[in-house]
Design a protein around this ligand. Structure first.
Ligand code: CAA
Length: 389
């Protein structure tokens, strides 16, 4: 039989600060119901001045390396769409902060929020080639839109680290995948901008088109029927989007929309995303974390994954939850990551949002703010310096 390959461990980290949507609503006069109910978001993670995709990624991955050791990890794939350098992979800093062996390949992958799924598929291919190897996938993003824009309420930040191996303890990833690519301008960030540009309503349509496209291809590739799935993890730019997507999937597959069934399929996948906000590449895997951390025993059951990255590329695939997976979860760590965040007010959030990166090559130490395990100490001579706290 073919080797079972998939997710052996999964750990996430998020930021030092959190802004409740009540504060945003109070600032801009929006009825808070639009946030809590309309888009399904309650608060957003906000990075401290000395946090970024590297510190978040390292914080997510450190517990994985602590539990399993670095032995056998010969590849680290870092997925992000909020990259800090056009050339150097952010994963190289993470590799250094974690003290991984020099005999490692490290690379950064990008295709909007889809990047982590590309990283996962890359990892699965490497492990099929040599089942003794392990791949560390790190998906880390800080989601930023312009102040007072419709996207602002969907910001967030988090990182997920996944150890991908043969005989995984959490989820076995299956063939086939359903694939879909279309050249659309729904969401993008030109190199000269640090906030994304988005056509909000167009982006929702583009996501739904991709749902239909991946499901069609998944069927044509001989995938499982819809009834085979116990739950679905969608990319969640805001949690209500998962509901829109799943209703669209049901309609595409020729089913009526039964709201109780939709709730049953998605209800446990949104708990982390609704308090963290959009974490781009990490979002679909935060959905998986929430499902595994909260569900009754899912051992042996199939979960559907829909990964969408604007621009656009999407993939639908199935995973089977490994029997006995519950002994390997990090539920307490994940809840602590959400609960340890310090609430900030609107003014402080706006100050952090407005801070721009130095471009002069001078010495720019970062204020000491984060209480997380790693921090960006500063930028000096155009070089970022990180440290363990
Ligand atoms: N109480 C309850 N619900 C309310 C309400 C109230 N007082 N006021 C409004 N609502 C509802 C609306 O009816 C609407 O619900 P439906 O979608 O079910 O109709 C919902 O709240 C949102 O209202 P609007 O459509 O008017 O909101 P908007 O246009 O101001 O902004 C948005 C919504 C376009 C998603 C915006 O947040 C945005 O641009 N977000 C960024 C882009 C994005 O996330 N796109 C998702 C697909 S692209 C993707 O997935 C990639 C990625 O990560 C970016």
């Amino acid at each position: 039989a073919a080797t079972a390959v998939g997710i052996h461990d999964l750990s996430f980290a998020t930021t030092e600060f959190v802004l409740p949507h009540t504060a945003l609503a109070e600032h801009n006069g929006t009825p808070v119901g639009k946030y809590h109910v309309g888009i399904g978001q309650r608060s957003m993670s906000v990075p401290a001045a000395d946090e970024d995709i590297v510190t978040l990624g390292a914080a997510a991955a450190a517990p994985v390396v602590a539990r399993h050791g670095a032995d056998g990890i010969r590849t680290l794939v870092f997925a992000t769409e909020s990259s800090i350098d056009q050339a150097k992979a952010a994963g190289v800093y993470v590799h250094s902060l974690l003290g991984l062996p020099s005999a490692t390949r490290v690379v950064e992958l990008k295709q909007a929020c889809y990047g982590a799924t590309a990283a996962l598929q890359f990892a699965l291919g490497l492990i099929h080639r040599d089942p003794s190897q392990k791949v560390l996938v790190v998906a880390s993003d800080v989601s930023r839109y312009e102040l007072d824009s419709p996207g602002e309420a969907t910001q967030g930040a988090a990182a997920v680290a996944m150890l991908v191996t043969a005989d995984p303890a959490l989820v076995r990833i299956e063939e086939p995948s359903g694939l879909f690519t279309a050249d659309v301008m729904d969401f993008w960030r030109p190199n000269y901008r640090d906030a994304a540009l988005v056509d909000g309503q167009e982006s929702i349509g583009a996501y739904l088109q991709a749902v239909r496209g991946t499901w069609k291809d998944y069927g044509e590739q001989g995938g499982r029927p819809l009834e085979a799935f116990s739950a679905f993890c969608y990319h969640q730019p805001f949690t209500r989007m998962a509901y829109k997507a799943h209703r669209h999937l049901l309609n595409s597959a020729g089913y009526d929309t039964d709201e109780a069934a939709v709730q049953g399929a998605l209800g446990l996948t949104t708990a982390y995303n609704e308090v963290i906000g959009n974490s781009y590449t990490a979002s679909v895997y935060l959905g998986l974390a929430a499902l595994l951390d909260q569900a009754e025993d899912l051992g042996g059951r199939a979960v559907g994954f829909l990964s969408y990255g604007s621009g656009s590329v999407a993939e639908f695939f199935a995973g089977t939850v490994a029997p006995g997976y519950r002994a390997h979860l990090r539920t307490a760590q994940h809840r602590a990551a959400v609960e340890r965040r310090r609430p900030i007010g609107y003014a402080r959030y706006r100050e952090l949002h407005g801070a721009s990166l130095p471009t002069d090559g001078g010495d720019h130490p970062s204020p000491e703010e984060t209480t997380g395990p790693f921090r960006l100490a500063g930028i000096n001579g155009h070089k970022r310096r990180y440290e363990k706290r």
